[in-house]
Design a protein around this ligand. Structure first.
Ligand SMILES: [Zn+2]
Length: 327
């Protein structure tokens, strides 16, 4: 069948075995197949006409809740395999024959009800490299959970409420699960909306009390709220701090950077991520055991250079977006 041809136009486009595939397109691309790895905003598009959409049912549901209509989706096609990438509910990696493996966004470890990225051997690997720099190694999740629980306990003893902040889709559901033992539990409305879809898909999450941005119905005294990331300069955060005396704990892979909590105006920050850390990225590449690796997102140059040091033929997908976002 020859080798896959990769081109970059509005995303990653693959030509292989007489079919065309566009992977996480950012605009209109004509292709036989459109693969949508997961429902984070930087990966979702309304697909063009006449293409078959490869995505999970959960991705279709989550995308719909965020205003995207994927139409009819399928997880199987001739020679194509979708594998759970563990990143958020419904997130998938794609394998096209034994030729190409594309990770989408991938997790490197078990967290609450989520697992790590499944892999398969392939000749060409296109891997995300969000945290592809050696200082991004995250502590075990059990250790973080323990530290967070003792921090919340200490704040509760002082009568202080606690806001747990993470991305509304993905991270917040992990937080809702990990810290559901605290009561009363409040959910920011954006988080609650995503939690409801997780519950509909069979994930067991405790129903919390929903809170809107007007904060009506929120009592004084200690409670825990799961909320999207907010800067301390925002109006809601200011009110939570001033009127309720709340403390803020942020959860992000970027918390491995010194000064992250400070830059956000949070009281504490913990490195919990839905992406692979540096060591997990390395392990993923070894598992796929590719001839050629392309890196995308985050530290593309740095990670490709480290892979070359390890003997891999590796390069960044030039011209492809390299924002330091963690979605
Ligand atoms: Zn993502």
């Amino acid at each position: 069948m020859g080798h896959a041809k990769i081109s970059l136009q509005n995303g990653i486009n693959i030509e292989y075995g007489g079919a065309t595939y566009s992977l996480d397109p950012r605009g209109a691309v004509r292709s036989d197949y459109t693969f949508i790895s997961h429902a984070h905003m930087d990966h979702v598009q309304n697909p063009g006409p006449g293409t078959r959409v490869l995505a999970s049912k959960e991705t279709r549901m989550l995308a719909k809740a965020r205003g995207f209509e994927l139409g009819r989706t399928t997880e199987s096609a001739e020679g194509v395999k979708l594998l759970d990438s563990g990143h958020i509910l419904g997130a998938r990696a794609i394998c096209i024959a034994d030729e190409l493996f594309y990770t989408g966004d991938a997790a490197g470890r078990d967290r609450a009800f989520m697992g790590r990225c499944r892999t398969k051997k392939a000749r060409v690997l296109v891997t995300e490299s969000t945290f592809g720099k050696s200082n991004y190694v995250f502590p075990p999740i059990e250790q973080v959970a323990k530290q967070v629980n003792s921090t919340i306990g200490m704040l509760f003893d002082k009568g202080k409420p606690v806001v747990l902040m993470g991305y509304a889709l993905g991270k917040s559901q992990i937080l809702s699960h990990l810290f559901s033992c605290w009561s009363p539990l409040f959910l920011h409305e954006q988080v609650a909306r995503m939690n409801d879809i997780y519950i509909e898909c069979g994930i067991s999450l405790k129903a919390g009390n929903k809170v809107g941005t007007d904060l009506s119905g929120l009592p004084r005294g200690p409670w825990v709220m799961v909320s999207p990331m907010m800067s301390s300069r925002g109006a809601v955060a200011k009110r939570l701090r001033k009127d309720f005396g709340a403390a803020f704990i942020a959860f992000s892979g970027w918390a491995a950077d010194p000064g992250y909590a400070y830059s956000l105006g949070a009281d504490y920050a913990f490195a919990v991520s839905d992406h692979c850390d540096y060591k997990e990225l390395m392990a993923l590449v070894r598992e796929v055991s590719p001839e050629t690796v392309y890196t995308t997102h985050g530290f593309t140059q740095e990670f490709a250079a480290d892979l070359r040091d390890q003997g891999f033929d590796a390069k960044p997908l030039a011209g492809y977006q390299t924002f330091l976002s963690e979605y």
